[in-house]
Structure formats: C-alpha cells, structure tokens
Design a protein around this ligand. Structure first.
Ligand code: ADP
Ligand code: IPE
Length: 273
C-alpha cells in the first residue's frame, strides 16, 4: 500500500495557517494535568471565525500534561534513559488526554477537529523531527477537516525514541505543506528582551530578527520543560522564516490576539529572518 494523497475531496486554494497552541496557554505549566478551559474555549471561538477563509492545522504542546511525565523518566534522552515501557505509554496517554480536551473544545464551537497521533505519522533523528507524513494531513484538509496533532514521544533513528516539540512539528508541516503562516500561541505577548515573568520591566520585541539576534539560552520555560522553552522555539522557526513563512507569537490568555493575528494585524512579536 502506498501513502499517496487521494485525489478525492475538495480542491482548495485557501491559504494554510499552522496554529501552535503552546502548553503555557492551554495548561498551567509547573502544575500537573491542569487545563486552562476558559482560554481554550476562547481560542477555539476565535479560530472558528476564520475557518471559512483559510485551511488550518492545530499543533499543541505538552504543558502540564506531557512535560512532567517526560521529565520524570528523562524520556527526552531516548533509550539511554532506561525508562520502562510503561513510561512511554504514560507520556503518550498524557498527551492523548490533552489532545482529547482540545478536540472537544474545538468541536464544541462547531469545528471539524480530527485528532492525529503524532508518533504514528512521524520519525525523529537525534530529537529532531526527521520525517512526517504530510500527505496524510493534506488528505484530512482536502475533506475540510481540522487536523489536531501534538508534540510527542516519537521513535528516533539514533536514540530509539525522543521527545519532539510541537514547535518543531509546526515548522515541518508548514514547510512541507507550503503554509503561508504559523501562529504560536503562548502565555506572554511575544518575545521580550528577557523573561517577562521574572522581570516585569522586560520589553516586548515587536519584530525579532531570528538570524541576526543573539539568542539567550536563559530564555527557557519553567520547571518540567523537556524541549528547551522559548530559546528552542526561536531556533525551530529559523527554517520557516528563511522560507518566507510569516511567523508570529501572540498571547492566548488575552482575548482578541489570536483573531488579530489571523487577520494579519500587527500583534505580538513578528519573527523575521
Ligand atoms: P509555549 O508553552 O507557549 O510553547 P514556552 O513555555 O516554551 O512556550 O515559552 C514561553 C515561556 O517562556 C513564557 O511563559 C515565558 O515566561 C518564558 N520566557 C523566558 N524568556 C522569555 C523571553 N525572553 N521572552 C518571552 N518569554 C520568555
Ligand atoms: C512537548 O511539546 C511534548 C511533550 C512533552 C510530550 P512542546 O515542547 O511543544 O510543549 P509546550 O508547548 O512547550 O508545552
């Protein structure tokens, strides 16, 4: 059997936007299995308003579901973590539970959300996504569906398995499916000159030049984060901005920011090459 895209379904030239729901926006990071239900419903409503005019794929992070489980067993180290197979099952189960809540929130506003188990459609190499079956996502899109996948434990050619971030998956899908934009939804307004949670006087950077700005490795997320926080997010988006894909980071805890970004307005931080 070949994994080619079938030719049925709708022919559709609407632009494609990848929306990364950051774990910080949809869960309480630093806690355990704590969903931000109101934020998730609000974001779902805002996404719905644009569903007719563009195709979209949702990718979500691990937040307080995937990260603590992965951190407990150091699953990001792959086979050298010597984790029991139950730990691999636990992390996938945590992510599948979060995925279900997100699919339910999207369906509740009338969006045809369709869950995709990331590990089943991708491979990693040294902790980075090496391949993803983008034709499968195309097929879902051609049926008018809203695919919902996630950062995940992915089987890895070098390490046995590893944890691939939702940021990495978002960029790979955007490149392969020729998306016009990626919107990263976080719990802060964008990229600051330092962590705005630790430094209230931190300044928002409205346009971040990913190739020429020096990256500060202190820009990490809080406890439990196994995928490297905001510094890794910036590293991950370099291939996308270099390919001319519009990339923006906005605050999902402030109503209206997702809508503004979907309208193409100047909100949050725009990341450019
Ligand atoms: P997400 O969960 O949204 O994918 P991360 O948790 O990886 O994103 O990164 C967002 C977090 O990074 C914010 O909650 C913020 O506290 C922290 N952070 C650290 N340094 C910075 C910075 N310079 N600019 C913005 N956020 C930063
Ligand atoms: C991590 O994905 C997935 C797991 C921990 C299994 P992300 O790195 O994209 O998660 P967030 O957005 O930072 O929570």
């Amino acid at each position: 059997m070949r994994w080619n895209q079938r030719k049925e379904g709708l022919s559709d030239n609407r632009p494609l936007t990848i929306i990364k729901l950051g774990g910080s926006a949809i869960t309480v990071k630093g806690s355990y299995f704590a969903l931000r239900k109101d934020a998730l419903s609000g974001i779902s409503e805002e996404i719905k308003d644009f569903f007719n005019e563009r195709r979209m794929i949702i990718v979500h992070g691990g937040g307080s579901f995937g990260h603590p489980v992965a951190a407990l067993y150091s699953l990001q180290k792959g086979r050298s973590s010597n984790a029991p197979s139950m730990a691999l099952s636990d992390v996938e189960d945590a992510m599948a539970r979060l995925n279900r809540s997100i699919v339910e929130a999207l369906r509740a506003v009338g969006l045809p959300a369709f869950p995709v188990q990331t590990a089943a459609v991708s491979r990693a190499e040294e902790g980075q996504l090496q391949a993803i079956n983008s034709a499968f996502f195309s097929e879902l899109l051609s049926w008018g569906l809203l695919p919902v996948c996630y950062g995940s434990l992915v089987f890895d050619n070098a390490m046995g398995y590893s944890i691939v971030s939702g940021d990495n998956i978002s960029v790979a899908l955007a490149l392969q499916l020729k998306a016009s934009s990626i919107i990263f939804i976080s719990d802060v307004d964008g990229i600051y000159d330092r962590d705005p949670k630790a430094y209230p006087e931190a300044k928002l950077i409205r346009v971040y030049h990913a190739l020429s700005s020096s990256l500060n490795d202190d820009w990490v997320a809080g406890v439990h984060d196994v995928t490297g926080g905001i510094a890794n997010k910036i590293r991950s988006v370099v291939p996308a901005v270099s390919a001319g894909i519009e990339v923006r980071i906005v605050n999902g805890l402030k109503r209206g920011q997702v809508s503004s970004a979907l309208k193409g307005e100047d909100v949050g931080t725009k990341v450019v090459a």
